[in-house]
Design a protein around this ligand. Structure first.
Ligand code: SF4
Ligand code: SF4
Length: 340
């Protein structure tokens, strides 16, 4: 197995991230074309890309609860359910690898802090007294969403919500959040972008409730990075390069919910065998090839997409005629009300 500043491992991750970024852009472009046809019927009809439901994580959370209670996949944004289930399962199996390898927001955040380091020649670190409470914000937001959906919404209430015009067009509303950006949204995104230039993964580290949920799930993952003190030369390359600012050099087994499973630490370690990807076997841990991580991660993620397709529930059940009603109504400023 290769060891000692493994550039191939790093570039493998960059390639996977680039692939998923291109897939995201393609999905966005297709969805834009899908909506444009209903706003202007002279434009060609474009098939709706179901994966756009990935941008509705709260809908995915609701759909997951609805499925647990009823055994039914909600039919309006069903791909959102499969993607949500796939992403949470990927964290249970392969840590927060979704954040580190697949999520386009994580990739943009990474590009921004890398650009920030190039521009300033510095690494900025939030003081611990701000960093710690700020990190709690994403868990608080996650708690609010889980309470609102997990406790407050009954399956019957969800059915009303799923059938509302608001939910049918929530994907269009999400698109317009970016394409018809309000001044407040633009300034908020600009501020987040600016902060992300100076502070590594500002959004992911402090604000993303999805990442918080995946972080908690990742603690159950059998895969963990382990530092072998007898082989470690304490160069601190792992700690310096960790995008989560974990003190890898001082830890044994990395079980933090902040770990993205990005393997940057493993790829940067110059001492053969000092940092390894391991899997729990009975009471102990067995070393595994680090390339197993992206393979397992992507396999779990796509397994749920294949499951959705194989069960015939991947595509929305909303017929063309219904979209002809709800999208122009939304464009005319008549958004459906979300039920109370
Ligand atoms: S500990 Fe290693 S795998 Fe985890 S976030 Fe840091 S660099 Fe990535
Ligand atoms: S684990 Fe590797 S990168 Fe980290 S301090 Fe030890 S030798 Fe350096």
């Amino acid at each position: 197995m290769k060891s000692g500043n493994d550039r191939t491992l790093r570039f493998t991750r960059y390639a996977v991230q680039a692939f998923f970024m291109l897939v995201t852009l393609w999905i966005g472009w297709r969805f834009y074309g899908f909506v444009a046809h209903f706003e202007n019927p002279s434009l060609p009809q474009v098939e709706r890309p179901p994966s756009v439901d990935a941008f509705l994580p709260i809908g995915g959370l609701m759909a997951a609860k609805y499925f647990l209670f009823t055994g039914i996949v909600e039919p309006v944004h069903p791909a959102g359910f499969f993607l949500f289930a796939g992403i949470v399962t990927s964290a249970l199996v392969m840590k927060k690898g979704f954040c580190g390898w697949i999520c386009p927001v994580g990739t943009i955040s990474q590009l921004l802090w890398m650009a920030g380091e190039k521009i300033t020649g510095r690494r900025f670190v939030m003081p611990a007294w701000i960093d710690l409470p700020l990190r709690g914000v994403k868990y608080f937001l996650m708690f609010l969403f889980v309470m609102a959906i997990g406790i407050a919404m009954s399956p019957n209430m969800m059915v009303l919500f799923f059938l509302s015009d608001y939910y049918k067009t929530v994907d269009v509303l999400m698109m317009r959040f970016f394409t018809d950006m309000s001044t407040v949204t633009a300034w908020t995104l600009a501020a987040l972008g600016a902060l992300s230039l100076f502070y590594k993964n500002f959004w992911c580290r402090y604000l993303c409730p999805y990442g918080a949920l995946l972080g908690l799930a990742s603690m159950l993952s059998p895969f963990k990075i382990r530092r072998n003190d007898d082989k470690c030369v304490h160069c601190r390359a792992c700690s310096r390069h960790c995008p989560s600012q974990l003190e890898v050099e001082k830890l044994g087994v990395i079980s933090s919910p902040e770990c993205y499973g990005c393997l940057t630490c493993v790829s940067r370690c110059p001492s053969a065998g000092a940092l390894e990807m391991t899997v729990r076997v009975n009471e102990g841990r067995r070393k595994v090839n680090p390339y197993v991580a992206p393979v397992v991660l992507v396999a779990v993620f796509y397994a749920f997409i294949v499951l959705g397709m194989a069960t015939g529930k991947w595509q929305t059940a909303i017929p063309y005629e219904e979209y002809r009603r709800v999208i122009p109504a939304l464009s005319a400023g008549e958004p459906g009300e979300a039920p109370d």
